[in-house]
Design a protein around this ligand. Structure first.
Ligand code: PEP
Length: 254
């Protein structure tokens, strides 16, 4: 098993260019002084900060990602940003299928499939989000929902392409709500996701795929979540906007 431990920060629509530069500089300093583990740290600021972030992160091991991309490589799509454009900023990752994109911007499984394809084709790693709503948790359809998100929205990638994928399980009811899945609930779903990957690809590919948990992860709950067998790190929203909290979450990965 060679899968990586990863903590990624999703800044969402927060921070101007100046504010982004200040936060990156702060994170960079604390990571340099305090992180000795081999956990990969990734930050995903808004698009407008990506070129500056590339410069600020030069010479560090901190990865850089965008929060979205368009599914076409280029074309008449006013206001959109392609995976190739993201790549040209120096970023290496892109988040695809975040629940806010699914909920507010119409990102269906079909669209996430096309975005993941375009992103991998352009040489990016994909942080692919799946997760059920509260209603789906309560009506017990959550395994089926997450499996469909994977089958229809991601598994169009062939084995080689899939090696560029990190999966993030983010129960919608736990995002930004302060509610967290219990370590047992999260582990159960992570193990299920790994089984679905093994069935579609191979046991080895499943064992090598990093599966992150996201949903109100904070410094004080990170350690128990990250202690579960199939949880390989976290995708962090709110707490990624505070350098101290974000790095403390990275430390919980030890
Ligand atoms: C997210 O948006 O990916 C997320 C997990 O947010 P939060 O940590 O704020 O719940």
């Amino acid at each position: 098993m060679t899968r990586k431990k990863i903590v990624a920060g999703n800044w969402k629509m927060h921070k101007t260019l100046e504010e982004s530069q200040a936060l990156i500089t702060e994170i960079r300093g604390i990571v340099r002084d305090e992180i000795r583990s081999n956990t990969s740290v990734i930050i995903c600021p808004p698009f407008i900060a990506l070129p500056a972030a590339t410069r600020l992160l030069e010479g560090t091991d901190i990865g850089l990602g965008a929060q979205n991309c368009h599914f076409e490589d280029q074309g008449a799509f006013t206001g959109e940003i392609s995976a190739g454009m993201v790549k040209s900023t120096g970023a290496q990752y892109v988040i695809v299928g975040h629940s806010e994109r699914r909920q507010y911007f119409g990102d269906t499984n079909e669209i996430t499939a096309a975005k993941a394809k375009s992103a991998v084709r352009m040489g990016l790693h994909v942080i692919f989000c799946v997760g059920e709503t509260l209603a789906q948790r309560e009506d017990k359809s959550y395994f089926r929902v997450v499996e469909a998100q994977l089958q229809e929205g991601l598994f169009g990638l062939d084995r080689k392409e899939f090696s560029h994928v990190i999966v993030a399980y983010e129960p919608v009811w736990a995002i930004g709500t302060g509610l967290t899945a219990s370590p047992e609930q999260a582990q159960e779903m992570h193990a299920y996701i790994r089984k679905v990957i093994a069935t579609h690809y191979t046991d080895e590919i499943a064992a090598d795929t990093s599966i992150l948990y996201g949903g109100s992860v904070k410094p004080d709950n990170a350690q128990t979540l990250f202690g579960q067998d199939d949880i390989d790190g976290g995708l962090i929203g709110g707490a990624a906007l505070k350098a101290r909290d974000f790095v403390d979450i990275v430390k919980a990965m030890h």
